[in-house]
Design a binder for this molecule. Structure first.
Ligand code: B12
Length: 210
């Protein structure tokens, strides 16, 4: 059924894809596997876009389907018992970038794991991150971005946090489609997370939780 979902989503067959998701949830499948298939389908969409087989409307539509799937899956992920005990995390998509499907998944996985999440949204400049760090005292910041231009936005954000004298107070992780450890080095962030679970693992590690 995994391949079915990936192909249906990549082919933008909205209703069929949603039906499969509901069926998989009803038989008690791990919701994380469904999110992972959704991500794989979006990779195919991205490739078709790059190959000029898909255009902006298809990108938009695929984004809507991914959001609907995330909404179906969300209630099936069980919340941590001792909620909000793990600490605060700020997350946002950096300046110039409006992609938020992945960020939202990271955000709700952190929330479900028991973190107090401050999601500041998309296209956020360095000052928004600085203001939120000062306002909340959060020791962890997550920067999301999918565009090549986000590499620089991330670097500028990390530098600005440093210039504001806050760098020693926060651990910074980056993530999103094209990010990797090389880019992490370029931005000056502390870690790169390949997916939402990696983001949760890093946040736990930095707060000393096993
Ligand atoms: C859907 C989509 C859109 C939608 C976004 C809808 C939305 N609300 O987000 C819309 C239509 C708006 C869009 C617009 C554009 N897009 Co677009 N888009 C995509 C697409 C197909 C899928 C992205 C996605 O949602 N993936 C699924 C999620 C679940 O994966 P993810 O974001 O990677 O997140 C996971 C991990 O990376 C990680 N993660 C994410 N963030 C973080 C943060 C932290 C801290 C951590 C630890 C982990 C983490 O966890 C997530 C869950 O596992 C990608 C293709 C691709 N392969 O990524 C192109 C893609 C990113 N887009 C692209 C382009 C070019 C654009 C446009 C410039 C197109 C245009 N000409 O207008 C605009 C840019 C607008 C802007 N200023 O941002 C290019 C970027 C190329 C580049 N080198 O910069 C891509 C790669 C397509 C391509 N192959 O050409 N896009």
């Amino acid at each position: 059924m995994a391949d079915d979902l990936i192909n249906l989503m990549a082919d933008l067959k909205e209703q069929e894809a949603l039906t499969i998701v509901k069926r998989r949830l009803d038989v008690g499948e791990d919701p994380l596997l469904i999110l992972d298939d959704s991500r794989k389908a979006m990779e195919i969409v991205g490739k078709r876009f790059a190959a000029n087989e898909y255009f902006i409307p298809e990108l938009v539509y695929s984004g809507e389907i991914a959001k609907e799937i995330a909404e179906l899956v969300r209630p099936r992920l069980s919340h941590a018992q001792d909620i909000k005990r793990l600490g605060k995390v700020i997350i946002g998509t950096v300046s110039g970038d409006i992609h938020d499907i992945g960020k939202n998944i990271v955000s709700f996985m952190l929330d479900i794991a028991g973190f107090e999440v401050y999601d500041i949204g998309i296209d956020q400049g360095p000052q928004s991150f600085i203001d939120k760090i000062q306002q909340t005292g959060a020791p962890i910041v997550g920067l999301s971005g999918l565009l090549t231009l986000a590499f620089d936005s991330m670097k500028v954000t990390v530098d600005a946090i440093k210039d504001a004298g806050l760098r020693d107070n926060v651990k910074i992780m980056i993530g999103g489609g094209q990010m990797n450890d090389e880019i992490r080095k370029y931005t000056g962030a502390d870690a790169f997370g390949a997916d939402a679970m990696a983001g949760v693992a890093l946040a736990k590690q930095w707060t000393g939780i096993k």
